[in-house]
Design a protein around this ligand. Structure first.
Ligand code: UGY
Ligand code: MN
Length: 247
């Protein structure tokens, strides 16, 4: 969606942001080569995590050493070879991986145009629970469960629901007209990528038209609501921090 006369749908606020694709500017990120990398969300915005979009050229690669940062990667399109904590797999669109803090990861031989979203966070250890293990998965293999009983709003939970994890990444798919059942206000922070379709997102006291390719940041306690519009289902991939004490 390109709008002339110096306008954009992008809005950056104190407690939420909508980032439309027309404003993307690339960054050089150490470890990522042969790719256009856009840092969409990070602490400079007020967030406590990072969300990046990497679009690979043929021959590109991402090679990340182990650190105190954990990473979830989702292949929106294309594919390539993923190496995480010693396991190696060829993956296609819809694949994802989780690499815990303390382990390295790599993406190599990507198909030209492969789009990968990365969520990165400093891991918060929980006394008595092991750091979660690396995993490589396929969203197509995960059943969408009705959200709070609504079969037209389905949630795919990509990571195990274990207390060792301090983050969750899910895919929410809405039939046209379906909504989040109420305006959520919660301590968890979100980073979100619209994958397909369109709709309207309420963030605090503003309503935004959104479509595939848009990114949203919601700070903790940002009131949020969504309605899917148009003739095709709308879906989004999103991150949240979970499973840790209030204080
Ligand atoms: O998991 C969630 O908090 C989710 N229901 N939020 C959202 O879709 N904005
Ligand atoms: Mn939410």
């Amino acid at each position: 969606m390109s709008i002339p006369y110096g306008q954009t749908r992008t809005h950056i606020g104190q407690r939420h942001a909508l980032i439309a694709p027309d404003g993307h500017v690339k960054s050089e990120v150490p470890g990522i080569a042969g790719a256009a990398t856009v840092i969409l969300i990070n602490p400079a915005l007020g967030a406590r995590f990072a969300q990046l979009l990497v679009t690979f050229e043929a021959g590109g690669s991402a090679v990340m050493p182990s650190s105190d940062i954990e990473t979830v990667a989702y292949f929106e399109s294309g594919g390539g070879i993923v190496k995480v904590a010693g396991s190696k797999e060829r993956v296609a669109a819809g694949a994802y991986f989780f690499c815990p803090a303390g382990q390295p990861w790599e993406i190599s031989t990507p198909k030209r145009g492969t789009r990968v979203t990365l969520f990165q966070k400093k891991y918060v250890f929980l006394e008595g629970y092991a750091t979660p293990r690396a995993l490589i998965g396929d969203a197509a293999a995960i059943k969408g469960e009705p959200f709070l009983g609504d079969p037209d709003a389905r949630l795919q939970v990509l990571l195990p629901t274990q207390l060792g994890f301090d983050l969750a990444v899910n895919i929410f798919t809405y039939q046209p007209g379906a909504t989040l059942p109420f305006v959520e206000t919660h301590v968890m922070e979100h980073g979100l990528l619209m994958l397909t379709g369109q709709g309207v997102y309420r963030l605090e006291d503003a309503w935004y038209p959104v479509a595939a390719g848009d990114v949203i940041w919601m700070a903790p306690f940002c009131p949020q609501w969504f309605v899917a519009m148009g003739k095709t289902p709308a879906s989004y991939l999103y991150y949240k921090d979970v499973n840790r004490a209030a204080l």
